[in-house]
Ligand binder design. Structure first.
Ligand code: PLP
Length: 408
C-alpha cells in the first residue's frame, strides 16, 4: 500500500480539533501517547454496544463473543510481532507492568544474591526501578552500559561488562529521549553468548518500525498499546514459551488458576497464568484494531515516513541558533527530538508552543538518570508518528524562532 499522510490524518478525529485560540492542534507528543484512529474508537464502542460480557467462563452468546474478541486480539498482536504462538503473548496493563512481571516472576525465582543485571544509562524509569527494587530485595548487582555524548551506547564497554557474566541484559530498543535506535539484534546475540537472558523494552520500537521476535531472538519483549494507536490500559509481555512456562505466577486471583483449594492452587496454562482478574477486554479489542491499522499502513512505510520527518526536523533544527538537539544523527535515530534552547527553560518553551497549538513535552521524560548524564534538569521533546507532516515541523521551527525573539 502507498502511504498517504493526508489519508492517515483523515482517520484521526482529534487532529481536526482546534486548541489555543482557534489554532489547529499540532500533536508532537506521540512518544508519551499516540492518538487513536476512528477504527480503534469505533471497535471499542461496538464492543460495548453489542458484545460486552466477562470472558472465558461464560457459555452465553455475549460471553463467547467477548472471549473470541479478546483472544482474537491476542492472535493479531502475536502475528504482528512474529510470535511462535499466541501463548507467548501476555496481556498486561502496559510496558511498566510487563517489566515488573519479569522482575518479580522470573527475577525472584531465578536470581541469587550477587547476581548481576545489566541495564543502560538511557533507560526509562520503567526499566530501572523494577530492577532497583529487586536488587534491594535480593542483594543483586546492577551495572549500566554508558551512553556517549552523542547518545549512543558504548558497545566496547558493553563487551567488558559482559565479562562479568550478567544473568540478564535489559535495555531499551529505542530511547524515548535521544531517539537512539540501539543495535538490539547484535546486543542480544552478545548477551546470549555471555550466558545472559535479554529483555527488550519495545515501548518506542514496536510502534514505529518492524519488530519481529524471531529475528531479534530476544527472551522477553515489553510494549504498550497506547503508544501504537491503541487504547491505554493494555500492554504486552512477550516471552519465550519455555521461560514463561517455568516462571511462577505474578499476580494471584481469578482466571490465572486451574484449581483452587483453601490452602493451595494450581496455576492455569499460558498465557492465562499471568492474567489475574478480569482483563481489559474492550482495550484488547481496540489494541487488535490498532495493530490491524498499522498492518494496513505497513510498518516499513511507517518507519520510512518517520525517517523522512526526523531527517527534515534535524535539518530545520540546525538552522536555529542556540538550540542543542540531543541524540545521534538521523541514520541512528527514530522520530524523537529532545532539545534545549540557551537561556530558556524547557517548560517555558513548551508553554509558549502551546499558544501556537503545538503539543510538545517538557521535563525529564521519566529518564532522570539520562538527564543527569547530560547535566540537564529537563529538555523539551517533539516526537513524530504516522500523522505528522513536514509542514507541522515548519510551524514548530517558526514558533521556536518566535520563542527566541521573545526572550532576546
Ligand atoms: N519504556 C519506554 C522507552 C518508554 O518510552 C515508556 C513510556 O514513555 C515506557 C517504557 C513506559 O510505558 P508505559 O507508561 O506505557 O508503561
Amino acid at each position: 500500500m502507498t502511504f498517504s499522510v493526508e489519508a492517515v490524518r483523515a482517520d484521526f478525529p482529534i487532529l481536526s480539533r482546534n486548541v489555543a485560540s482557534g489554532k489547529r492542534i499540532i500533536y508532537l507528543d506521540s512518544t508519551a501517547t499516540a492518538q487513536k484512529p476512528l477504527s480503534v474508537i469505533q471497535a471499542m464502542d461496538r464492543y460495548y454496544r453489542f458484545s460486552n460480557a466477562n470472558i472465558h467462563r461464560g457459555v452465553h452468546t455475549l460471553a463467547e463473543e467477548a472471549t473470541a474478541a479478546y483472544e482474537g486480539a491476542r492472535q493479531k498482536v502475536a502475528s504482528f510481532i512474529g510470535a511462535f504462538s499466541s501463548r507467548e503473548v501476555i496481556f498486561t496493563r502496559n510496558t511498566t507492568e510487563s517489566i515488573n512481571l519479569v522482575a518479580q516472576a522470573w527475577g525472584r525465582s531465578n536470581l541469587q544474591p550477587g547476581d548481576l543485571i545489566l541495564l543502560t544509562e538511557m533507560e526509562h524509569h520503567s526499566n530501572l526501578v523494577p530492577w532497583q527494587m529487586l536488587a534491594a530485595e535480593k542483594d543483586l548487582r546492577l551495572e549500566f552500559i554508558p551512553v556517549s555524548d552523542d547518545g549512543e551506547l558504548d558497545l566496547a564497554e558493553y563487551e567488558r561488562l559482559l565479562e562479568q557474566s550478567p544473568r540478564l541484559v535489559a535495555f531499551t530498543h529505542m530511547s524515548n529521549v535521544l531517539g537512539t535506535i540501539n543495535p538490539a539484534k547484535e546486543m542480544i546475540a552478545r548477551a546470549h553468548s555471555a550466558g545472559a537472558l535479554t529483555l527488550v523494552d519495545g515501548a518506542q520500537s514496536v510502534p514505529h518500525f518492524p519488530v519481529n521476535v524471531k529475528d531479534l531472538n530476544t527472551d522477553f519483549l515489553a510494549f504498550s498499546a497506547h503508544k501504537m494507536l491503541g487504547p491505554t490500559g493494555i500492554g504486552v509481555l512477550w516471552g519465550r514459551e519455555k521461560l514463561l512456562a517455568a516462571m511462577p505466577p505474578f499476580l494471584g486471583g481469578g482466571d490465572m488458576i486451574k484449581k483452587v483449594h483453601l490452602r493451595s492452587f494450581t496455576p492455569n496454562d499460558l498465557p492465562h497464568k499471568f492474567e489475574a482478574g478480569t482483563p481489559a477486554v474492550a482495550e484488547a479489542v481496540g489494541f487488535g484494531e490498532a495493530v490491524a491499522y498499522l498492518e494496513t499502513l505497513g510498518m516499513d512505510n511507517v518507519a520510512a515516513h518517520e525517517t523522512d520527518l526526523t531527517r527534515y526536523a534535524l535539518q530545520r533544527f540546525a538552522e536555529l541558533p542556540g538550540v542543542r538537539v540531543l541524540g545521534p544523527a538521523a541514520e541512528k535515530k527514530g522520530g524523537v527530538i529532545s532539545f534545549v534552547m540557551d537561556g530558556i527553560h524547557p517548560h517555558d518553551v513548551a508553554q509558549l508552543l502551546d499558544r501556537d497549538g503545538i503539543a510538545v513535552r517538557a521535563g525529564h521524560h521519566c529518564a532522570m538518570p539520562l538527564h543527569e548524564r547530560y547535566q540537564l534538569p529537563a529538555t523539551s521533546r517533539a516526537s513524530f508518528y504516522v500523522y505528522n507532516t513536514r509542514e507541522e515541523i515548519d510551524l514548530l521551527i517558526l514558533s521556536l524562532a518566535r520563542v527566541r525573539e521573545l526572550f532576546s
